[in-house]
Design a protein around this ligand. Structure first.
Ligand code: NAD
Length: 390
């Protein structure tokens, strides 16, 4: 094993530091946000490493170096993992671009939509390999900053794409010892982008459960449950979003012969595959969400507005990340292959108002904030031929 660099200092980064250090990688950490590098360093020095608790077992890994300066930690990396929300991918790639070795592989956990378009636009001609996971292999939370994180659940299977695709087996071999989840290869980033289920689940449930509740106030104990709270109308929204993705995948396959639409699972197939041991009743999409042990107790994102009074937080990551780096990317691909997406449009139009953004205007991806998204059109992909080339 040689050197792996983790970018980020959040929940996922804590778990990765523990796991990668535990299995013997030399782990460096690039944490440029605010004072995270110092706080991580201070935390690590308390116990000599970071602990990841699975409940039944605990592993510890010690990072070798933690820095907010890319020149100190990026050179010499064999693998770089972006353990970041998608809105931090661009600035992080820009900071590390000039310090990369030629054969490095850079991966995003999770990739969200259009990671490949953005990465190749920032890292042109550097000979780097990129990869992305469809989701994070765990649900995890920091319990003590720099010291300890809890792994609340582990997905049985996680999708993986790489570019160039020929690198998939080498990258899978490098990553497999890190994760207990099975890695399922995708033949292209395009199918990984379409298979991103977070972009359906998060905005879909926010729309289903949060629409019309803007003025509602909740005591802490009464904040509605997110996944367990999925009702029939919300399940219908999720099903419609999933059906539209299947239509997009079918249309892409009709014009790109190498594209395999079977790699893009329906939402129901995906949840049963990701949580086979956690779902008590998988007979319907709604029941699969309601009875998934891994989702128990998780609530709608909220913000305090008074003493024991909370409002739904419509600017939370479930919209702020999954719309510009998810649904809008899907919408851009749909436009290229000529598929109508009424439910995706409905959710984008509702969400963009809450985010104070304009992506979709009069049925066109022409809003002034489109440039902040990873829609393929932003990267000059305006035609099917350009999509095929990308
Ligand atoms: P987090 O909120 O804990 O991590 C945020 C970290 O990202 C910050 O601590 C900082 O290090 C970095 N960051 C944020 N903005 C930055 C910026 N502008 N510049 C540089 N760095 C910046 O997030 P997380 O829980 O580790 O999640 C990472 C990704 O995984 C997200 O996309 C999240 O949606 C996804 N995810 C997380 C979980 C989970 O259980 N934690 C589960 C599924 C998916």
């Amino acid at each position: 094993m040689s050197k792996l660099t983790i970018c980020g200092g959040g929940n996922a980064a804590h778990v990765l530091i523990a796991l990668a250090g535990h299995i013997g990688w030399d782990v460096d950490v690039f944490a440029p946000l605010a004072d995270e590098a110092e706080r991580l360093q201070a935390g690590v020095s308390v116990r000599g490493g970071i602990l990841a608790n699975y409940g039944h077992k605990t592993v510890m890994g010690r990072p070798r170096r933690i820095s907010a300066t890319p020149a100190e930690v990026i050179p010499g990396s064999e693998l770089i993992l972006l353990a970041l929300p998608a809105f931090a991918h661009g600035s992080t790639l820009q900071s590390i671009a000039d310090h990369l070795d030629r054969e490095v592989a850079i991966g995003a956990l999770p990739a969200r939509g259009g990671f490949d378009y953005q990465a190749f636009s920032i890292l042109p001609n550097k000979g780097v390999r990129i990869f992305g996971l469809q989701t994070l292999p765990w649900a995890c939370r920091i319990s003590t900053y720099g010291q300890e994180a809890e792994i609340l659940g582990t997905k049985a299977e996680v999708d993986l794409a790489a570019a160039p695709a020929a690198e998939l087996s080498r990258i899978t071999q490098q990553l497999e010892p890190l994760f207990s989840s099975k890695l399922s290869p995708h033949s292209s980033f395009l199918s990984l982008t379409l298979a991103n289920t977070g972009q359906l689940i998060h905005p879909g449930i926010m729309y289903g459960l949060g629409r019309g509740k803007e003025g509602d106030r909740f005591a802490q104990d009464d904040i509605p449950l997110f996944y367990q709270g999925v009702d029939d109308p919300t399940a219908h929204v999720l099903q419609s979003l999933s059906d539209e993705v299947q239509a997009i995948a079918g249309a892409v396959a009709a014009v790109l012969p190498d594209f395999n639409p079977r790699e893009v699972a329906t939402l129901h197939e995906w949840i049963l595959r990701a949580y086979p041991a956690d779902i008590a009743d998988g007979s319907s999409l709604r029941r699969a969400f309601n009875t998934n042990r891994a989702y128990v107790g998780l609530k709608l994102p909220s913000r305090p507005v008074g003493p024991n009074s909370f409002a739904i937080d419509y600017k939370a990551r479930y919209l702020a990340e999954d719309v510009p780096f998810g649904l809008v990317v899907l919408r851009g691909i749909a436009a290229l292959v000529g598929v109508r997406t009424p439910t995706i449009d409905e959710v984008i139009i509702w969400a963009q108002e809450h985010l104070d953004k304009q992506y979709l205007v009069n049925g066109e991806l022409s809003g002034p904030n489109l440039v902040e998204t990873r829609a393929p059109q932003i990267y000059g992909i305006q035609t099917l031929a350009q999509l095929a080339k990308a």
